[in-house]
Design a protein around this ligand. Structure first.
Ligand code: HEC
Ligand code: HEC
Ligand code: HEC
Ligand code: HEC
Ligand code: HEC
Ligand code: HEC
Length: 380
C-alpha cells in the first residue's frame, strides 16, 4: 500500500513536470479573417429507393432464370466434380476444396491417403451458388460498384507462376482460380543441354488455360516471324472480359448469365457477325500436330507396365533407340527425351487446344504460338 502511494505521488510529480513543459510552448496568435464563400455546387440527380437496387438482383423473377441456366451449365451439371476428392484436383473440381483454397490459401490435406485423396473432400461436393457467392463486402454499391456477394472478386496469383498476378478488373477475377494451368509441369524453355524430358502421357497445361490465354502469357514463347503481343493488350481483354462474353445479358436462358455460354449479340456489336475462329486456326493447329507426330526423341527405360523408370535424381533413363512423336495423333504425349524446341512447340499446341476457344480468347497470341512453333519445327 505504502509503496503504491509513493508511486502515485511520483506520477503526479512527473506529470506536473510535463505540464510545465507544455505551457512553456509559444502561445498561438489570434484567428485570421474568414475566407470568401465558394460557389454553389450543381444539384445532384435523385437517388433510387433504398431497396430498389437490392430487388434488381434479389427478386424471384431474377433468380428463377438463374437457377434454370445454372442447371444447364457445365458448372451445374459438373461431370468432373467427382475428381475433386484428390488433393491435387480439389481446389478447382469441388466446392469445399475451392472455398478452402480461396479463404485459407490452401486446401486441407489432413490424413492424406496413399491414392492422393484428401478425406475432407471425399466425396467432393459439386459447385453450387454458395461456391462462388458468399456475403456482400459492402452495401454501398453506388460508390463501390456491385460486388455480387462474390467470394473471390480479388486479383489472383497464378499457381504455375506465383510471381504473376492477374487482375481483370471486374467479376471475371472469380474465374481465374480455376481457369488457369495447373502446376503439374514446368513450362519448357530453351536450356543448356537442349533437351526436355517428357514424363507423362498428359503433358501440357491441363484443361483450363483460359485466363492466361486472355492475358497472353504462359505460352512457351519460341522466337520467330510472328511477334507476341504485349501482355494484356488483346482487345478481347481490354474491351471485353470473361463475364461480358460468357455471362452477359441475353434473351435466352441457354446463353450468357449462369449458362456461361458466350453471348452472340456481343460479338455482333463489335464484328457485325459471329466470327468462327482466329484466322487460320484449324489449319495451323493441324499442321503443328502433324509435325509434332513426327518429332523424334530418345527412347527411355520403361517397366513391364509401360511406366517410366527413374534414376536417383528423378530423371528418365535413356536407352538405345528412338521414339517418334512427342505428341501422338490423339494429342497425348509420349515418354522420351526430346529437344527443348519440340517440347516448347508441344506445350503451345496443348495450350491452344485446351483453351478450347479456337483462338478467340487471344487471336494474335494464339497465332504467334502456332506459327512460330511450326516455323521452329520445320527448321529443327
Ligand atoms: C487449377 C485448377 C484445376 C486443377 C488443379 C485441376 N483441374 Fe481439371 N479442369 C479445370 C477446369 C477449369 C476445367 C474445365 C475447363 C474446360 O472445359 O476447358 C477442367 C477440366 C477437367 C476435365 C474434363 C476435360 C474434358 O476434356 O472434358 C477432367 C477429366 C479433369 N479436369 C480432371 C482433373 C484431374 C484428375 C485433376 C487432378 C489431378 C484436375 N483436373 C485438376 C481446372 C483444374
Ligand atoms: C462459377 C461461379 C458462380 C456460380 C456457381 C454462381 N454464380 Fe452467380 N454470379 C457469378 C458471377 C461472376 C456474377 C457476376 C456476373 C457479372 O459481372 O455480370 C454472378 C452474378 C449473380 C447475380 C446478380 C446478377 C445477375 O445475374 O442477375 C445473382 C442474383 C446470382 N449470381 C445468383 C446466383 C445463384 C442463385 C446461383 C446458383 C444457382 C449462382 N449465382 C451461381 C458467379 C457464379
Ligand atoms: C448486383 C446484384 C446484387 C445486388 C444489387 C444486391 N445483391 Fe445481395 N446478393 C447478391 C448475390 C449474387 C448474393 C449471393 C447469392 C444469392 O444468394 O443470391 C447475395 C447475397 C445477399 C445476402 C446473403 C448473404 C449475406 O450477405 O449475408 C444478403 C443478406 C443480401 N444479399 C442482401 C442484399 C441487400 C440488402 C441489397 C441491397 C442493399 C443487396 N443484397 C443487393 C446480389 C446482389
Ligand atoms: C470452382 C472452380 C471454377 C470457377 C470459380 C469457375 N469455373 Fe468454369 N468450370 C470449372 C470446371 C471444373 C468446369 C468443367 C465442368 C465439367 O464439365 O465438369 C468449368 C466449365 C466452364 C465452362 C464450360 C465448359 C464446357 O465444356 O461447357 C465455361 C464457359 C466456364 N467454366 C467459364 C467460367 C467463367 C467465365 C467463370 C468466372 C465467372 C468460371 N468459369 C468460374 C471450374 C470453375
Ligand atoms: C471475346 C469474348 C470472350 C472472352 C473475353 C472470353 N471468352 Fe471464353 N470463349 C469465347 C468463345 C467464343 C468460346 C468458344 C465457345 C464455343 O465454341 O462454344 C469460348 C470458350 C471458352 C471455354 C471452353 C468451353 C466452351 O464454352 O466451349 C471456356 C472454359 C471459357 N471460354 C472460359 C473463359 C474464361 C474463364 C474467360 C476469362 C479468362 C473467357 N472465357 C473469356 C469467348 C470469350
Ligand atoms: C469490344 C469489341 C469486341 C468484342 C465484344 C468481340 N470482339 Fe473479337 N475482336 C475485336 C478486335 C478489335 C479484334 C482484332 C484483334 C485485337 O485487336 O486484339 C478481334 C478479333 C477477333 C478474332 C480474330 C480474327 C482474326 O483475324 O484472326 C475473332 C475470331 C474474334 N474476334 C471473335 C469474336 C467473338 C466470337 C466474339 C464474341 C464472343 C468477339 N470476337 C467479341 C473486337 C471485339
Amino acid at each position: 500500500m505504502k509503496i503504491n502511494r509513493l508511486f502515485g505521488l511520483l506520477m503526479i510529480l512527473a506529470s506536473a513536470f510535463l505540464f510545465v513543459n507544455c505551457t512553456s510552448d509559444p502561445v498561438p496568435g489570434p484567428p485570421g479573417a474568414d475566407g470568401i464563400d465558394g460557389i454553389d455546387g450543381i444539384d445532384g440527380t435523385d437517388g433510387v429507393d433504398g431497396t430498389a437496387s437490392c430487388v434488381s438482383c434479389h427478386a424471384n423473377s431474377t433468380r428463377e432464370p438463374i437457377f434454370e441456366a445454372f442447371a444447364l451449365s457445365a458448372h451445374g451439371a459438373g461431370g468432373t466434380f467427382a475428381r475433386g476428392s484428390r488433393a491435387d484436383c480439389a481446389q478447382c473440381h469441388g466446392s469445399e476444396g475451392f472455398i478452402d483454397y480461396v479463404t485459407m490459401g490452401a486446401i486441407d490435406t489432413t490424413g492424406l491417403l496413399p491414392n492422393g485423396v484428401a478425406p475432407k473432400y471425399d466425396p467432393a461436393m459439386p459447385v453450387s451458388c454458395n461456391t462462388c457467392h458468399d456475403s456482400h463486402r459492402t452495401f454501398d454499391f453506388e460508390n463501390d460498384g456491385p460486388d455480387y456477394a462474390l467470394r473471390n472478386p480479388d486479383p489472383s496469383d497464378l499457381v504455375l507462376a506465383p510471381s504473376i498476378t492477374i487482375d481483370f478488373g471486374d467479376a471475371s477475377n472469380n474465374c481465374i482460380t480455376c481457369h488457369q494451368p495447373r502446376n503439374s509441369y514446368e513450362i519448357p524453355a530453351i536450356n543448356a543441354d537442349g533437351t526436355y524430358q517428357v514424363k507423362s502421357t498428359r503433358f501440357g497445361p491441363h484443361h483450363g488455360p483460359q485466363s492466361t490465354m486472355l492475358e497472353g502469357i504462359l505460352g512457351a514463347e519460341i522466337a520467330g516471324m510472328e511477334s507476341y503481343p504485349a501482355r494484356g493488350s488483346a482487345t478481347h481483354r481490354t474491351g471485353s472480359s470473361c463475364v461480358q462474353c460468357h455471362m452477359g445479358d441475353a434473351a435466352d436462358v441457354d446463353e450468357g448469365g449462369h449458362s456461361w455460354a458466350y453471348v452472340e449479340a456481343l460479338c455482333i456489336q463489335c464484328h457485325g457477325a459471329v466470327p468462327g475462329e482466329a484466322n487460320g486456326f484449324t489449319a495451323d493447329k493441324n499442321t503443328l500436330l502433324a509435325l509434332l507426330n513426327n518429332v523424334e526423341g530418345q527412347a527411355v527405360l520403361l517397366d513391364e507396365d509401360g511406366d517410366p523408370v527413374y534414376d536417383e535424381n528423378g530423371d528418365l533413363i535413356p536407352v538405345e533407340g528412338t521414339v517418334t512423336g512427342i505428341l501422338l495423333p490423339n494429342g497425348r504425349s509420349q515418354y522420351g527425351i526430346f529437344s527443348d524446341v519440340a517440347a516448347m512447340a508441344a506445350w503451345n499446341y496443348k495450350t491452344v487446344d485446351e483453351d478450347q476457344s479456337r483462338g478467340i480468347h487471344n487471336p494474335d497470341y494464339t497465332k504467334a504460338l502456332l506459327k512460330n512453333s511450326i516455323e521452329a519445327l520445320q527448321n529443327d
